[in-house]
Ligand binder design. Structure first.
Ligand code: UDP
Length: 309
């Protein structure tokens, strides 16, 4: 039986990966401090360790180590910059060491955030990034960039099998909508369903490209388990860009909501545009997204409706 260690396995992406690993017959261990969760998502057959990944050590052996633990929501990570940096530095080192002892395959969920306010859209993996090293978002983007550098150092110096993925704005069932934890899609759905005003930061002309979680999971599984991808860095996202105000209108329309769109001040260092160049994912993983934004939003809205009943 294959064994996988998943840091952040109780979170949004982590819990999808945990379920997939179990369905594939893997034995799963999760390390999660529950800092961004409001409920237990990990099934009872999983070995659960309620700790920060920086404080975790083990002599157990794994076939795969996946480091997901992070605070990915901008409104949340700017409130916890030290925590954010530590899970993406000491946490990365810890998980790398565990993988090294086990001779495991190591996967890291980096982020499209490493590109910062990119000048090249859609952004390929070869773009170096345009990042403010000490700005308000630096705890997250520089944390991810440091992690990538450390992972490539382990790969080059020790020959560790490493795989770095850069997800772009993944959404879907299981994502939080509340308070600082809410990313834009769950917040807009929640406000629209309640008929509350939709708060758009800035002029709403900034763009993102969104990926439905089932598509993310398919690409992730392929990248984690396929031979010959050690040392690779691959974008996992969508090429289709949409402005935030168009997103608000689309969600309102799909729900048939009477919510008003309200414009608030822009976030500091908010990237103006973001879209993924997925040429490499197509070539190396034989993957591209299957689920359109409209389809994914309908599924996500359904999930929110069921929860509200
Ligand atoms: N955004 C918004 N209203 C919100 C939350 C986010 O207008 O209540 C905008 C935000 O300014 C950004 C985009 O939506 O341009 C995506 O924000 P999110 O928090 O989902 O994460 P990001 O992609 O910036 O990491």
């Amino acid at each position: 039986m294959k064994r996988v260690l998943i840091s952040g396995g109780n979170g949004f992406l982590g819990s999808h990966l945990v379920r997939e690993s179990l369905a594939r017959g893997f034995e799963v261990t999760v390390v999660d401090d529950m800092s961004t969760s409001n409920q237990m998502n990990v099934p009872h057959e999983v070995k659960f360790v309620g700790k920060r990944i920086e404080d975790f050590s083990t002599n157990e052996r794994f076939d795969y180590v996946v480091h997901l633990a992070a605070r990915p929501s901008p409104d949340d990570y700017v409130k916890h910059p030290v925590d954010t940096m530590l899970s993406n530095s000491i946490g990365t080192k810890n998980t790398l060491e565990i993988a090294l002892k086990s001779n495991a395959t190591f996967m890291f969920t980096s982020s499209s955030e490493v590109y910062g306010d990119a000048a090249v859209i859609p952004t390929p993996e070869t773009y170096y990034g345009y990042v403010n090293p000490n700005g308000i978002r630096s705890c997250y983007d520089e944390g991810k960039r440091f992690s990538e550098a450390l992972i490539m150092s382990y790969h080059r110096e020790y020959g560790l099998d490493t795989r770095i993925q850069r997800p772009f704005n993944v959404y879907g069932s299981g994502i939080r909508e509340d308070g600082a934890y809410g990313r834009v899609i769950p917040r807009f759905i929640d406000w629209s369903l309640r008929g509350e005003r939709i708060i758009v930061h800035g002029d709403g002309k900034q763009t993102r490209s969104f990926l439905y979680v089932d598509d993310w999971l398919e690409a992730t599984w392929e990248f984690l388990t396929k031979d010959g991808l050690s040392g690779d860095v691959i974008n996992i996202g969508s090429e289709k860009e949409i402005t935030i105000v168009q997103l608000a209108q689309k969600i309102k329309g799909l729900i048939g909501s009477s919510s008003e769109i309200f414009y608030d001040i822009a976030r500091e260092n908010d990237p103006r545009r973001r879209a993924a160049d997925i040429t490499l994912a197509k070539e190396k993983l034989d993957w591209e997204p299957n689920i359109s934004l409209d389809e994914g939003l309908v599924k996500t809205i359904e999930w929110f409706r069921r929860r509200m009943r």
